[in-house]
Design a protein around this ligand. Structure first.
Ligand SMILES: [Zn+2]
Length: 193
């Protein structure tokens, strides 16, 4: 682990607190130690949530991403970790992004959503429905893992995760985007993942 505390559900802020709906602040560089600690907690939390051994009592739902406001810090940071298995070779592939001051600078008109909807550690009980987002986006920001400014184009599921986390920095939650009258209604040109 990158920091000393064992991740617990007690770190989480839920959608019944006003802070989760606030916009997050830009992070100053060089990184202050308390801000760096927030990133370390985000990374440790997500990794812990995905580790079947450490998280053996399933105290934390497995997460592919976590944003700083979700652990009580309204600053522009999130961490994403997606584990994939290549179906042909069976090899495991891990995609990680530890973003500071991320910004979405481009979005495709093509809309996409995850077939079964989305979930969020800050939302108790899943709110059902399709969450339409852009299929492809361009993200700019500082990647803490690479220790440099990056501009990346991401697509499909990865792009959905990015937009979910980015929304947290603006105080928005996935269910804001669900069609209130017809939650599962989809347009014919959407890509369903
Ligand atoms: Zn979330």
């Amino acid at each position: 682990m990158l920091q000393n505390e064992i991740p617990t559900k007690d770190w989480l802020v839920f959608d019944n607190t006003p802070e989760i709906r606030q916009s997050s602040k830009e992070v100053a560089f060089p990184l202050a130690p308390d801000n760096e600690l927030v990133m370390k907690k985000l990374i440790d939390f997500v990794k812990y949530s995905q580790d079947p051994q450490k998280n053996s009592d399933h105290a934390i739902r497995p997460a592919v991403g976590l944003a700083a406001p979700q652990i009580g810090n309204n600053i522009k940071m999130y961490y994403i970790r997606i584990e994939d298995t290549d179906e042909e070779t069976g090899t495991k592939k891990v995609t990680e992004h530890a973003m500071i001051n991320p910004k979405i600078i481009g979005k495709s008109n093509q809309i996409s959503c995850i077939e079964e909807g989305e979930g969020c550690l800050s939302v108790n009980g899943d709110k059902e429905g399709l969450v339409p987002r852009s299929f492809r986006i361009i993200v700019e920001g500082y990647d803490y893992l690479k220790q440099q400014q990056v501009t990346i184009t991401v697509r499909s599921y990865e792009a959905i995760v990015f937009q979910h986390e980015q929304a947290h920095l603006e105080g928005k939650l996935y269910y804001d985007l669900i069609n209130k009258k017809k939650p599962w209604a989809k347009k014919s040109n959407w890509i369903i993942l």
